[in-house]
Structure formats: C-alpha cells, structure tokens
Design a binder for this molecule. Structure first.
Ligand SMILES: Nc1ncnc2c1ncn2[C@@H]1O[C@H](COP(=O)(O)OP(=O)(O)O)[C@@H](O)[C@H]1O
Ligand SMILES: O=P(O)(O)O[C@H]1O[C@H](CO)[C@@H](O[C@H]2O[C@H](CO)[C@@H](O)[C@H](O)[C@H]2O)[C@H](O)[C@H]1O
Length: 468
C-alpha cells in the first residue's frame, strides 16, 4: 500500500470520479468530471483500520472546480456490512467511506474528546462538554447536503461536505445561542476545524442528539394525511390537528430571534439597505426565470412586489437569523421545539449567509413550509378541488397559529410589515422553484402554485403547468 495519505488519495483518484456522483451530497452530478486531486490529506492514526481525512478538488470539463471533504477508511478486507461503502482498491487495501465504520467513527469522537491535533486538523471539545465514546454509530440516511453520524442516542457528528473558508454559521450560531442559554438548540459538544490553503475552515460539529424527537415536516405531513383521510371533518376536528404545535413552533422561533439579538446584537436597515435588498430579489428572479421558464408569466408582477421593497423608507431591524428555516429544520423533542442547521441557504456564498437580515425572512420561510406540507400530497394526483380546498384550509390554519405563537412571544405581529413579509415569501418561493427544478422537478408546481395564488393569478392544477 502507498506510504502517505496523499499517495493513497492520488491512487484512488479514478475511483473517486466514479463514486462521487453516486453520493447524495455531491453537487456536481450533472457535470462531467475531469480530475479529482487531493488538496489536503491527513492520516488519522496509523493502525488498522486506518482513516484518512481528505479535501479533494474536483475539476469539471466546464465551469468552476469544487472542493469536498472526504473521510476514507482503509482495510485489508472489507466486512460484508461495509461493502456498500467501498470506493476502490489500492494494492492489497480497500478504500471505503469511513464514516460507516463504527471503529473509525469512534476514532473521530476520541480525537474530539481528547482535543487532539493532526496535521492541519484541530479537534476542539466545547468547554465542559461530556463526549461519550465506544457507542454504536449509524450514518443518518435522510435527504442531506452534508453527512451526519449518530452515536447511539448521545451525540450527532455533522461533517460539512463543502469546506468554505471562514467561520461556519451553523457552529457560530449554535455556540452563541447556547452561551445565552437558549433552550431551542441542541448543545454543541465540539468542532473539527483547521486550515485550508491558509484560511480557517470548519470541517464538522458534534452536538447532543435529541432522542425521541420527530421533525416538523414529518409531523405536519402526518397531520395533512389525517385531514385528507377524514372526508367530512375540518382541520380543527381531526385527531392529528397540528395547530397547537405550529403555535409552539412560532413561539420557539421568536425566542431564538430574541436570543440571537442578545448574543450577537442587532442593527437597522435603512432606505439604501432596502434598495439593495430589492435589487437582490430582482436579480435572483432574473436568474430563476432563465433556469425555469415557467416562472416567466409571473415575472412582471413578482418584479413589482420586489420593487416595492425599495420604496420602504422607515428603518427596519436586522440581526443574525437562521436563513433557511423550514419545517424540516425543527425537531419536536418531548419537551419542546429545537431548531437545527443554521447554515443558511446552501446556494448562497458564505459572505451573504452570515450577513444580518430581517427575522421576517425566517418567518416567511416557515410560512412557505406550511404551504408545502399542505400541498405536497397532491403531487402527481391530478386536480381534486375538494382536496385542494382542504389543503389550503390546513395551510391557513397552521400559518395563523404559527404567526400567533410568534406574535405572543415576540410582542409584535410580523404580519404588520406586509410589503416586506410578502416580498420575502415570494423571494423564497422563487428560490424554491429553482431548487425543485434541480432536485425534485415534480415538486416545482408547489411553489409555482403558491406564487400564482399570492399574486391573484389563476392557480395552475397540480402537475399541469402552463408554459411561459
Ligand atoms: N441534534 C440532533 N438530534 C437529533 N437529530 C438531529 C440533530 N441534528 C440533526 N438531526 C437529524 O439530522 C438530519 C440532518 O441534519 P441537518 O443539520 O439538517 O443536515 P444538513 O445540513 O445536511 O441538511 C436532520 O434532518 C435531523 O433528522
Ligand atoms: O435542508 P436544506 O438546508 O438542505 O434545505 C434545502 O432543502 C430543503 C428540502 O429538503 C428545501 O425545502 C423545501 O422543501 C421542504 C420539504 O422537503 C419544505 O418544507 C420547505 O418549505 C421548502 O423550502 C430548502 O428550500 C432547501 O434550501
């Protein structure tokens, strides 16, 4: 077997090019890979099985290259249960996705518990954190942009697949919120950081695992399913009514916003700031219309809504926010709601994701999510006016419950900033149309129908989209 971690990574380059496009978190699936080269390669321990921490650069036939964090395990023989994680063979050793190996996952936990340093990698436990080792681990298998390993019911380690220079907002905001005693985030237990090409970078974070929790999306969609099954009952009459939870969630989001101000301060957006926000929304719309032509019929009206933002003269408060809030980013534990994944929208550059913004952007994200939960069961079902009516009834009920919970906890109603809240909702819906076109094309009509409904257009039937 080749002597250094770099040699081993170079020897696997061809195998990486075949393996990467099969990974959920790999964003270059539709591009043609020209080469995969290691930028950094750090061996973590040199006994069998061994683990190499890699950052590789993927060069494509066209466009910008991308960098990915990989953890490659090495064994002379791969046990049957790890066969699915195989990447390729070098000499007498098999390279595989190391996170799936209990022993190697525990090695990462040990490095965090011991505050170890390996090459440019620094494993930092949070002060006072208890990190339990030797637990069985499992890789989380949900739709994820990163990769996470759960250690029994104790902790969860998230590895950021796209290392970006600068402080990672997920780590930064979780740490800041815990510092001020916020009960709505999972305690941070440690961070894997380091340097990449001379800049500080965050590679991963370990958090306390919220045992016996369910995510908001699963709960909300179960409630919609319940309503659809009860042909004659209204949303408030079926057993799975979600409104009380939506109310609690609104209060939790408001509490997180207040705690973010306590921890990191706030500012104001003046007239120039509004002009800038308006221009950003208009720019994002123009890009989106180029990607999804079905948006074109709404573009002029959307443009007018975004232009109205530039006319706002009164200053509005801004602060650090979640940035990509939706029902899937909320976990209901036995005692209350937790918010997770403070990274912001994955497509935005880091500099934009860490900028202060209005908390209304988060409120709008969650309002959009209630619409999604209500409508997604209609995907591929053809037009059914009765179900569509009931879906909207569910969305309206839960949107108002969420807003009421937020208002009670924040002391002010986000709905009174109508122009801005509408613009944020429409801007999110435009983003979602592009996101869906790329990831789940059959779902793109969910945000398209919302846009039509909000702007007073005839709402296209599910799955039957009008052309531009
Ligand atoms: N502290 C936690 N406790 C329990 N489950 C969690 C926790 N944090 C994340 N998860 C689970 O892991 C999944 C992915 O986490 P997330 O931070 O959203 O990753 P990504 O950035 O890749 O989207 C979530 O959908 C949730 O089910
Ligand atoms: O969780 P991520 O940070 O990766 O967010 C991205 O993916 C989300 C989907 O997983 C996407 O959310 C959209 O779909 C959700 C249902 O699956 C829905 O609840 C959200 O309201 C809707 O925006 C998110 O936009 C995207 O950034």
């Amino acid at each position: 077997m080749s002597p250094t971690a770099t040699d081993r990574a170079v020897a696997l380059a061809g195998a990486f090019a075949r393996w990467l496009p099969e990974q959920r978190w790999f964003a270059g699936k539709h591009r043609s890979i020209e080469a995969v080269t290691p930028v950094s390669a750090v061996p973590l321990g040199d006994v069998q099985p061994r683990l190499d921490h890699l950052v590789v650069e993927v060069r494509y036939a066209t466009g910008e290259p991308e960098r990915y964090q990989l953890l490659v395990g090495w064994r002379t023989a791969l046990p049957e249960k790890l066969e699915h994680a195989r990447i390729g063979t070098v000499g007498s050793h098999v390279g595989f996705a190391g996170l799936w190996d209990d022993e190697l996952a525990d090695l990462l936990l040990g490095a965090l518990a011991g505050g170890e340093q390996h090459g440019g990698l620094v494993f930092r436990p949070e002060p006072g954190a208890t990190i339990t080792r030797g637990l069985p681990s499992r890789v989380v298998e949900v739709e994820q942009s990163n990769s996470s390993v759960v250690f029994d019911e104790e902790s969860i380690l998230k590895l950021f697949r796209r290392p970006t220079p600068g402080a990672n907002p997920d780590v930064e905001l979780n740490r800041a919120l815990r510092r001020v005693g916020c009960p709505h985030v999972a305690p941070l237990l440690g961070e894997i950081g380091g340097e990449l090409s001379g800049a500080a970078v965050s590679y991963g974070m370990l958090s306390a695992y919220a045992a016996n929790s369910a995510d908001g999306w699963a709960m909300a969609t179960a409630s919609v399913r319940d309503l659809f099954a009860e042909g004659d009952l209204k949303a408030d009459e079926v057993g799975g009514d979600f409104a009380a939870e939506a109310h609690r969630l609104g209060a939790a989001v408001a509490a997180v916003h207040t705690d973010l101000v306590t921890a990191l301060g706030s500012g104001q957006r003046d007239a120039d700031g509004h002009a800038e926000l308006s221009a950003a929304m208009i720019g994002r719309l123009a890009d989106a219309v180029r990607t999804v032509p079905e948006l074109a019929r709404y573009a002029a009206r959307l443009g007018a809504e975004f232009t109205a933002v530039a006319d706002l003269t009164a200053p509005y408060p801004i602060q650090r926010i979640h940035g990509d809030l939706h029902l899937g980013q909320a976990l209901r534990t036995p005692t209350g709601w937790l918010l997770i994944d403070f990274e912001g929208e994955p497509v935005k550059p880091l500099a934009e994701r860490v900028r202060s913004d209005s908390p209304l952007r988060d409120v709008a994200g969650m309002l959009r999510s209630f619409d999604y939960a209500a409508e997604h069961l209609l995907v591929g079902e053809g037009a059914d006016h009765q179900l569509e009516y009931r879906a909207q009834e569910w969305a309206a009920r839960n949107r108002s419950a969420f807003t009421a919970g937020y208002t009670e906890a924040a002391g002010q109603d986000p709905g009174r900033h109508r122009t801005l809240l509408r613009a944020y909702e429409l801007d999110k819906a435009v983003y979602e149309v592009v996101y869906e076109a790329r990831h789940r094309p059959a779902w793109r009509w969910i945000p398209l129908r919302s846009i039509a409904r909000m702007l007073g257009f005839e709402v296209p039937p599910p799955g039957d989209l009008p052309s531009a």
